[in-house]
Write a protein that binds this ligand. Structure first.
Ligand code: BGC
Length: 482
């Protein structure tokens, strides 16, 4: 077969396409996650939502996410990676476009459930596809790209929703436009997905060696690179097969699963999505309704993700988790105090400037604290600590836990504030920050600079969880790559 090889070192254009479509997967995750904050008033005007209807519509994305994450492994295995991406793109396109016709609230909620389902699939399949298809040298940065795209998605939809809400007076016109913005990006992902090559690893898994090699010819530059990759895939396929869900009953796996589960639980219980979803509502309680109140959280969240990329390697995972949790703890107490002193003035025009400033600063500092630490680090550690044969099961379960607690928090936050006072929820989050710090100190390993094989060796040798990343404990497994 005639092959078109570009010069060694550069990447072929198909590689950029792979990255772009995959980036759209992360972007759509963010677009759906960030949609609520600056559309809630418009949604409320059109659908006359009560507080609990607002919460339920926001949270149903997470319910879809749980089911999507649960089934994503099956889709990836049975349909293949490419068709799973197409399926997610199709669901994204269909249901965001259908939301734009402004159906009844029940149907609109069903659409958001379906969007969550697609997010659940995309958040598993897209990183998997990238790790199997992007050339080895850029795989690491691809994982970070996905995270970054989520925060860019949250930022973009916040901005476009503010713009639409301010330039179109009628909610009946503004709301369809907001949904159509998501539909445009979704359609790009869906149609772009057709040009993607299938994952060579999946093709080899299906016994389609020739097709796999044909894909590698399209993505790699030299015959030597192709041979190396084929050799590596064959070695992996000859090795350990992925275990089923039964692996959770093996002692060593169960122990490390608890670390992942609790990390994901705390990532949500410190309250991030209350800020992502409801910051404009909360700032509204303090009578702050300007652009800063609407855009501060998504902007700072996106910008703070960039330093995180370098800091996870420089400082290590645990140090970032500690620093992030302390920053969030202090800022949540400050936000609670600000609301306590606003007291009876909630929502009124005469809220003091000092309280407003403290509240805004507290929330912004909180977001910096989360975005450089618990945001990316939890996902990273969950991708590192599971032994190879149970990585798929471990990541599926921990992702489902993330969505479960995200849903719980979103479905109850506003009612909780209404029942217990606005300050209460911030104090509650600060308690979870303290518990999170204690949990990190007692059980979370530092996984910087140690191979995944060495972590696995430690785990199976019964090394305490906290020391899983220790070089000394792993004996001969002392090389330091990641
Ligand atoms: C969390 C999401 C959150 C996002 C904010 C992620 O790490 O899992 O729930 O919305 O960060 O950037």
């Amino acid at each position: 077969m005639a092959t078109q090889m570009s010069g060694a070192g550069g990447y072929k254009s198909i590689v950029f396409l792979i990255c772009a479509v995959a980036a759209l997967g992360g972007l759509l995750f963010g677009l759906d996650q960030g949609f609520i904050a600056n559309s809630l008033d418009t949604l409320t005007s059109h659908y006359h939502l009560t507080v609990s209807q607002k919460e339920n519509y926001s949270a149903i994305l997470a319910t879809g996410g749980i089911i999507g994450a649960l089934l994503s492994g099956i889709f990836a295995r049975v349909l293949g990676r490419k068709k799973s991406i197409l399926l997610a793109g199709f669901i994204f396109t269909l249901f965001s476009a259908y939301s734009a016709v402004l159906p009844s609230l029940a149907i609109l909620s069903a659409c958001r459930f379906a969007l969550g389902f697609a997010v659940g699939i995309a958040s598993f399949v897209v990183p998997l596809y990238l790790s199997e298809t992007a050339p080895a040298a850029i795989r690491g940065s691809m994982g970070t790209l996905f995270q970054l795209m989520i925060t860019i998605g949250i930022f973009l939809i916040s901005l476009s929703n503010v713009y639409i809400a301010r330039s179109v007076a009628s909610p009946d016109v503004a709301l369809p436009m907001m949904f159509l913005v998501i539909a445009v990006f979704a359609a790009l992902m869906f149609f772009g997905g057709f040009i993607l090559p299938e994952s060579p690893r999946w093709l080899m898994l299906q016994g389609k060696r020739d097709e796999a090699i044909a894909v590698l010819r399209r993505t790699l530059n030299t015959q030597a690179e192709i041979d190396l990759e084929v050799g590596e895939i064959e070695q992996v396929l000859r090795g350990l097969k992925s275990a089923g869900f039964g692996i959770v009953f093996r002692g060593y796996f169960f122990r490390v699963l608890l670390v992942g589960v609790l990390l994901q639980m705390f990532q949500q219980l410190v309250g991030i999505n209350v800020m992502i979803y409801y910051a404009p509502t909360i700032f509204g309680y303090a009578n702050m309704k300007g652009l800063v109140a609407l855009m501060a959280v998504p902007t700072v969240n996106m910008l703070s993700t960039f330093p995180a990329i370098a800091l996870v390697e420089k400082w290590g995972r645990k140090k970032l988790l500690y620093v992030g949790a302390v920053v969030m703890l202090v800022s949540m107490i400050a936000a609670g105090l600000a609301f306590q002193s606003i007291g009876a003035h909630t929502g009124a025009a005469d809220v003091g400037e000092l309280q407003k400033t403290v509240l805004l600063l507290a929330v912004v500092i909180y977001i910096v604290g989360f975005a450089v630490s618990w945001g990316p680090v939890v996902w990273l550690v969950c991708s590192e600590v599971f032994p190879l044969e149970g990585r798929e099961v471990g990541m599926t379960i921990t992702t489902m836990v993330n969505w479960t607690f995200a849903g719980l928090v979103m479905a109850n936050a506003l009612t909780f504030m209404e029942a217990n006072g606005n300050a209460s929820i911030f104090y509650l989050f600060s308690v979870f920050c303290v518990l999170a710090i204690a949990f990190v100190a007692m059980f979370v390993p530092e996984t910087r600079g140690i191979t995944l094989e060495a972590i696995e060796f430690n785990l199976k040798s019964g090394v305490p969880l906290k020391r899983l990343g220790d070089q000394a404990a792993s004996g001969s497994h002392t090389q330091t790559t990641s």
